[in-house]
Design a protein around this ligand. Structure first.
Ligand SMILES: *Cc1c(COP(=O)(O)O)cnc(C)c1O
Length: 235
Protein backbone atom coordinates (compact mmCIF):
# COMPACT_ATOMS: atom_id res chain seq x y z
CA UNK A 1 0.00 0.00 0.00
CA UNK A 2 1.15 3.55 -0.66
CA UNK A 3 1.97 5.79 2.28
CA UNK A 4 -1.06 7.88 1.40
CA UNK A 5 -3.34 4.86 1.32
CA UNK A 6 -2.12 3.75 4.72
CA UNK A 7 -2.43 7.29 6.04
CA UNK A 8 -6.13 7.47 5.04
CA UNK A 9 -6.76 4.02 6.47
CA UNK A 10 -5.21 4.98 9.83
CA UNK A 11 -6.97 8.36 9.80
CA UNK A 12 -10.36 6.67 9.36
CA UNK A 13 -9.66 4.11 12.10
CA UNK A 14 -8.47 6.87 14.42
CA UNK A 15 -11.70 8.84 13.93
CA UNK A 16 -13.62 5.66 14.74
CA UNK A 17 -11.63 4.88 17.91
CA UNK A 18 -11.67 8.48 19.14
CA UNK A 19 -15.43 8.45 18.58
CA UNK A 20 -15.81 5.31 20.69
CA UNK A 21 -13.75 6.89 23.48
CA UNK A 22 -15.74 10.13 23.30
CA UNK A 23 -19.09 8.29 23.41
CA UNK A 24 -17.93 6.09 26.29
CA UNK A 25 -16.78 9.18 28.22
CA UNK A 26 -20.06 10.93 27.59
CA UNK A 27 -22.05 7.91 28.77
CA UNK A 28 -19.92 7.81 31.92
CA UNK A 29 -20.26 11.54 32.56
CA UNK A 30 -16.55 12.06 32.01
CA UNK A 31 -14.71 14.58 29.84
CA UNK A 32 -13.15 13.03 26.69
CA UNK A 33 -9.84 14.64 27.61
CA UNK A 34 -9.61 12.43 30.70
CA UNK A 35 -8.73 9.37 28.61
CA UNK A 36 -5.45 9.04 26.72
CA UNK A 37 -5.31 6.78 23.69
CA UNK A 38 -2.20 4.59 23.60
CA UNK A 39 -1.85 3.22 20.05
CA UNK A 40 -0.43 -0.31 20.33
CA UNK A 41 1.87 -0.55 17.31
CA UNK A 42 3.41 -3.99 18.00
CA UNK A 43 4.05 -5.98 14.77
CA UNK A 44 3.49 -2.79 12.73
CA UNK A 45 6.35 -0.78 11.23
CA UNK A 46 7.89 2.50 12.38
CA UNK A 47 6.26 4.16 9.35
CA UNK A 48 2.87 3.58 11.02
CA UNK A 49 4.12 5.27 14.19
CA UNK A 50 5.21 8.24 12.09
CA UNK A 51 1.82 8.41 10.32
CA UNK A 52 -0.10 8.11 13.61
CA UNK A 53 2.03 10.82 15.22
CA UNK A 54 1.27 13.02 12.22
CA UNK A 55 -2.45 12.37 12.81
CA UNK A 56 -2.16 13.58 16.40
CA UNK A 57 -1.53 10.36 18.33
CA UNK A 58 0.68 11.27 21.30
CA UNK A 59 1.28 7.88 22.92
CA UNK A 60 2.26 4.49 21.50
CA UNK A 61 2.64 1.07 23.14
CA UNK A 62 4.99 -1.84 22.43
CA UNK A 63 5.41 -5.20 24.15
CA UNK A 64 8.82 -6.51 23.03
CA UNK A 65 12.12 -4.73 23.51
CA UNK A 66 13.78 -6.32 20.45
CA UNK A 67 11.06 -4.81 18.30
CA UNK A 68 10.49 -1.54 20.14
CA UNK A 69 14.10 -0.34 20.47
CA UNK A 70 14.85 -0.11 16.73
CA UNK A 71 11.30 1.09 15.97
CA UNK A 72 11.60 4.00 18.41
CA UNK A 73 14.98 4.93 16.90
CA UNK A 74 13.60 4.78 13.36
CA UNK A 75 10.52 6.84 14.25
CA UNK A 76 12.67 9.42 16.02
CA UNK A 77 14.96 9.69 12.99
CA UNK A 78 11.86 10.37 10.89
CA UNK A 79 10.83 13.17 13.25
CA UNK A 80 8.19 11.36 15.35
CA UNK A 81 8.69 11.48 19.11
CA UNK A 82 5.53 10.14 20.77
CA UNK A 83 5.55 8.95 24.38
CA UNK A 84 6.57 5.27 24.32
CA UNK A 85 4.78 2.90 26.72
CA UNK A 86 6.31 -0.50 27.34
CA UNK A 87 3.35 -2.84 27.97
CA UNK A 88 4.80 -6.37 27.76
CA UNK A 89 6.42 -8.80 30.13
CA UNK A 90 9.91 -7.51 30.76
CA UNK A 91 13.02 -9.41 31.76
CA UNK A 92 15.35 -7.61 34.12
CA UNK A 93 18.25 -7.88 31.68
CA UNK A 94 16.26 -5.71 29.22
CA UNK A 95 15.83 -2.84 31.67
CA UNK A 96 18.91 -0.97 30.37
CA UNK A 97 17.60 -1.05 26.83
CA UNK A 98 14.00 -0.12 27.67
CA UNK A 99 14.89 2.96 29.75
CA UNK A 100 16.65 4.45 26.70
CA UNK A 101 13.42 4.95 24.74
CA UNK A 102 10.46 4.31 27.04
CA UNK A 103 8.67 7.11 28.85
CA UNK A 104 6.38 4.74 30.73
CA UNK A 105 6.75 1.08 31.71
CA UNK A 106 3.23 -0.25 32.39
CA UNK A 107 4.12 -3.84 33.16
CA UNK A 108 6.08 -3.76 36.43
CA UNK A 109 5.06 -6.65 38.65
CA UNK A 110 7.97 -7.38 41.00
CA UNK A 111 10.26 -5.55 43.38
CA UNK A 112 13.23 -7.05 41.54
CA UNK A 113 12.10 -5.61 38.21
CA UNK A 114 11.36 -2.25 39.84
CA UNK A 115 14.87 -2.20 41.32
CA UNK A 116 16.47 -3.11 37.98
CA UNK A 117 14.55 -0.30 36.26
CA UNK A 118 15.46 2.13 39.06
CA UNK A 119 19.16 1.38 38.58
CA UNK A 120 18.93 1.55 34.79
CA UNK A 121 16.99 4.83 34.88
CA UNK A 122 19.57 6.66 36.98
CA UNK A 123 20.97 9.48 34.88
CA UNK A 124 17.82 9.97 32.83
CA UNK A 125 16.82 13.62 32.58
CA UNK A 126 13.38 12.87 34.04
CA UNK A 127 12.12 9.95 36.07
CA UNK A 128 10.74 6.90 34.27
CA UNK A 129 6.99 6.59 34.84
CA UNK A 130 5.91 3.21 36.20
CA UNK A 131 2.51 1.54 36.29
CA UNK A 132 2.09 -1.59 38.37
CA UNK A 133 0.53 -4.41 36.36
CA UNK A 134 -2.15 -6.19 38.36
CA UNK A 135 -3.25 -9.77 37.75
CA UNK A 136 -7.03 -9.45 38.04
CA UNK A 137 -7.77 -13.15 38.49
CA UNK A 138 -4.72 -13.91 40.64
CA UNK A 139 -3.16 -16.09 37.93
CA UNK A 140 0.34 -14.64 37.45
CA UNK A 141 0.95 -16.59 34.21
CA UNK A 142 0.45 -13.56 31.97
CA UNK A 143 2.21 -11.16 34.33
CA UNK A 144 0.88 -8.91 37.06
CA UNK A 145 1.10 -8.71 40.82
CA UNK A 146 -1.25 -10.67 43.03
CA UNK A 147 -2.41 -9.91 46.57
CA UNK A 148 -0.26 -7.72 48.79
CA UNK A 149 2.54 -7.56 46.22
CA UNK A 150 0.74 -4.52 44.80
CA UNK A 151 1.65 -2.55 47.93
CA UNK A 152 5.20 -3.93 48.16
CA UNK A 153 6.01 -3.14 44.51
CA UNK A 154 4.35 0.30 44.69
CA UNK A 155 6.36 1.26 47.75
CA UNK A 156 9.55 0.12 46.05
CA UNK A 157 8.81 2.23 42.96
CA UNK A 158 7.79 5.26 45.02
CA UNK A 159 11.02 5.15 47.01
CA UNK A 160 13.26 5.28 43.90
CA UNK A 161 14.37 8.76 42.80
CA UNK A 162 14.74 7.67 39.18
CA UNK A 163 11.15 6.33 39.00
CA UNK A 164 7.74 7.95 39.33
CA UNK A 165 4.78 5.83 40.40
CA UNK A 166 1.99 6.60 37.93
CA UNK A 167 -0.72 4.07 38.81
CA UNK A 168 -1.96 0.65 37.75
CA UNK A 169 -2.45 -1.37 34.57
CA UNK A 170 -4.37 -4.56 33.83
CA UNK A 171 -5.67 -6.79 31.07
CA UNK A 172 -9.16 -8.19 31.68
CA UNK A 173 -8.99 -12.01 31.91
CA UNK A 174 -10.65 -13.60 28.85
CA UNK A 175 -13.14 -15.52 30.97
CA UNK A 176 -14.26 -12.53 33.06
CA UNK A 177 -16.89 -9.94 32.22
CA UNK A 178 -14.80 -6.81 31.52
CA UNK A 179 -17.02 -4.70 33.81
CA UNK A 180 -16.24 -6.94 36.77
CA UNK A 181 -12.50 -6.92 35.99
CA UNK A 182 -12.28 -3.14 35.62
CA UNK A 183 -14.44 -2.49 38.67
CA UNK A 184 -11.99 -4.55 40.72
CA UNK A 185 -9.05 -2.63 39.20
CA UNK A 186 -10.65 0.69 40.08
CA UNK A 187 -11.04 -0.46 43.70
CA UNK A 188 -7.32 -1.26 43.87
CA UNK A 189 -6.48 2.08 42.26
CA UNK A 190 -8.54 3.92 44.89
CA UNK A 191 -6.64 2.17 47.66
CA UNK A 192 -3.28 2.90 45.99
CA UNK A 193 -4.10 6.61 45.64
CA UNK A 194 -4.73 6.81 49.39
CA UNK A 195 -1.05 6.10 50.09
CA UNK A 196 0.36 7.53 46.81
CA UNK A 197 -1.88 10.49 45.87
CA UNK A 198 -0.28 11.17 42.48
CA UNK A 199 -0.54 7.55 41.28
CA UNK A 200 -3.88 8.17 39.57
CA UNK A 201 -3.37 6.44 36.20
CA UNK A 202 -5.53 3.43 35.34
CA UNK A 203 -4.43 1.77 32.10
CA UNK A 204 -7.25 -0.57 31.14
CA UNK A 205 -9.21 -1.42 28.05
CA UNK A 206 -8.20 -2.75 24.65
CA UNK A 207 -10.00 -2.87 21.29
CA UNK A 208 -12.73 -5.21 22.56
CA UNK A 209 -13.49 -3.69 25.94
CA UNK A 210 -12.55 0.00 25.97
CA UNK A 211 -16.13 1.08 26.76
CA UNK A 212 -16.21 -0.99 29.97
CA UNK A 213 -12.78 0.35 30.95
CA UNK A 214 -13.84 3.97 30.47
CA UNK A 215 -17.00 3.27 32.49
CA UNK A 216 -14.76 2.18 35.37
CA UNK A 217 -12.35 5.09 35.36
CA UNK A 218 -9.64 4.16 32.83
CA UNK A 219 -7.29 7.07 32.17
CA UNK A 220 -5.45 5.20 29.39
CA UNK A 221 -6.80 2.74 26.83
CA UNK A 222 -4.37 0.58 24.85
CA UNK A 223 -5.72 0.05 21.34
CA UNK A 224 -4.06 -2.11 18.68
CA UNK A 225 -6.43 -4.05 16.41
CA UNK A 226 -9.17 -1.40 16.07
CA UNK A 227 -6.59 1.16 15.01
CA UNK A 228 -3.96 -0.70 13.00
CA UNK A 229 -5.77 -3.87 11.92
CA UNK A 230 -5.55 -7.55 12.78
CA UNK A 231 -2.10 -8.73 13.77
CA UNK A 232 -0.44 -11.91 12.56
CA UNK A 233 -2.04 -14.72 14.60
CA UNK A 234 1.31 -15.94 15.86
CA UNK A 235 1.71 -12.73 17.86
C1 LIG B 1 -1.58 -6.17 22.25
C2 LIG B 1 -1.96 -5.51 23.52
C3 LIG B 1 -2.99 -4.55 23.56
C4 LIG B 1 -3.82 -4.17 22.34
O1 LIG B 1 -4.79 -5.15 22.11
P1 LIG B 1 -5.88 -5.01 20.95
O2 LIG B 1 -6.91 -6.02 21.33
O3 LIG B 1 -5.21 -5.31 19.67
O4 LIG B 1 -6.41 -3.63 21.00
C5 LIG B 1 -3.27 -3.95 24.77
N1 LIG B 1 -2.58 -4.26 25.90
C6 LIG B 1 -1.59 -5.18 25.90
C7 LIG B 1 -0.88 -5.48 27.18
C8 LIG B 1 -1.25 -5.83 24.72
O5 LIG B 1 -0.26 -6.75 24.73
Amino acid sequence: MTDNGRRSELAAALIEVNGRIARACEAAGRAAGEVTLVAVTKTYPASDVVLLAGLGVTDVGENRDQEAAPKAAEARAAGAAPRWHFIGQLQRNKARSVVRYADVVESVDSVRLAEALARAAQGRPDPLEILIQVSIDGDPARGGVTGDDLWRVSDSVASADSLRLGGVMAVAPVDWAPDRAFELLRGLSERLVKSHPSATAISAGMSGDLEAAVRHGATHVRIGTSLLGMRNLLR
